[in-house]
Design a protein around this ligand. Structure first.
Ligand code: AMP
Ligand code: MG
Length: 317
């Protein structure tokens, strides 16, 4: 009896805070966790980062041999291509969000994103015809999914998938699953602003997370067992003739967003939070309010700036 009590107290009380950071998927990935000792903490962190590395091999559009690029290469062949469960799952979430946001979120924007990447590197604004040509190879309805056997059909030649709008949220979710498998209850994965949280740090009311509207307003919240994602053009944009274009593209025009938007979404699932932050940036306040009916468990803070006009919709207060 005595030894049992002792064991319980020990296992309960002695948790240390550990933090790890690694550059992955083009962003810093930060993992904080509470573990009884170094060996558990290190083993959990190593496995979690390995999981992200594996996902990157599948989903990176920078690697020719990645599973997603091999799938895109078969577009227009008429073939149903069997893919890994991971790739299927992320595409299924993506399609669901595309449908519910009338295509504001679209994982088939690869040709457009590639064109803009190229243009940014060269400093040349693409011709209208080039934008239209790239746009003609996009459209989420041209991607078909078959859950029996995890198969995907890309209906048109020249299509290219880009899951940059939800990949980090997915990776954070998967990394946290790995951490939990080590018996760790309290952990946070911040994948470049896409954050997944489990139980609060021991003895606290939650993980302290600060979000901002992009300029003057900050808000700190105590959160646990939820996810939060922010999208905004803070670092990533293209500037041409004094005009800034976001790396988030409007699927209707094929052009990066011209107004400055900053969107934070809280959702039970990190992949959904990430996708919605991108989708609502495209949709803007009025349409996002309409789409929110499909996501009753999510909350959003959306700030739009057009010239000096600021519009703010904040459900986080
Ligand atoms: P995020 O930081 O999550 O908003 O993701 C931005 C990335 O998503 C871009 O760099 C593109 O790879 C991709 N993307 C751009 N526009 C869209 C869009 N309308 N729907 C889905 N993904 C997009
Ligand atoms: Mg996103």
């Amino acid at each position: 009896m005595l030894s049992l009590t002792l064991f319980c107290n020990l296992s309960y009380a002695q948790l240390n805070r550990y933090s790890f950071e690694k550059g992955m998927m083009g962003s810093p990935f930060k993992l904080v966790l509470y573990a009884p000792d170094d060996s558990v903490a290190n083993a959990a962190a190593n496995s979690a980062f390995k999981r992200v590395e594996k996902l990157n091999e599948i989903m990176s559009d920078y690697r020719d041999g990645s599973e997603i690029n091999l799938l895109s290469a078969q577009s227009g062949s008429g073939k149903w291509v069997a893919v890994s469960k991971e790739l299927f799952d992320i595409l299924a979430i993506s399609q669901d969000i595309s449908q519910k946001t009338e295509g504001a979120f679209d994982a088939t924007l690869g040709p457009v994103v590639q064109m803009w990447r190229h243009a940014t590197r060269k400093g040349i604004f693409p011709a209208r015809q080039e934008i239209e040509e790239a746009l003609s190879k996009t459209g989420f309805k041209k991607m078909k999914l078959d859950a029996d056997g995890y198969k995907v059909l890309l209906a048109q030649k020249g299509m290219r998938l880009d899951i940059g709008g939800l990949g980090k949220g997915f990776a954070a979710e998967e990394a946290i699953k790995v951490v939990k498998s080590y018996g760790i209850k309290s952990a946070m994965m911040d994948a470049g602003g896409k954050i997944v949280l489990t139980d609060s740090p021991p003895g606290t009311g939650g993980w302290k997370i600060t979000v901002s509207n992009g300029s003057d307003s900050l808000k700190t919240m105590e959160l646990s067992n939820t996810s939060l994602a922010t999208s905004g053009p803070t670092y990533r944009y293209m500037e041409y003739k004094g005009v800034r274009y976001s790396h988030i593209v409007d699927p209707k025009t094929g052009v990066g967003l011209l107004y400055h938007v900053r969107t934070t979404v809280i959702s039970p699932d990190g992949t959904v939070a990430d996708a919605l932050a991108t989708a609502f940036s495209v949709a803007g306040i009025a349409k996002s309010k309409k789409y929110m009916k499909f996501f009753p468990e999510s909350k959003v803070w959306l700030v739009e700036k057009q010239n000096e006009q600021v519009a703010d919709w904040n459900m986080l207060e």
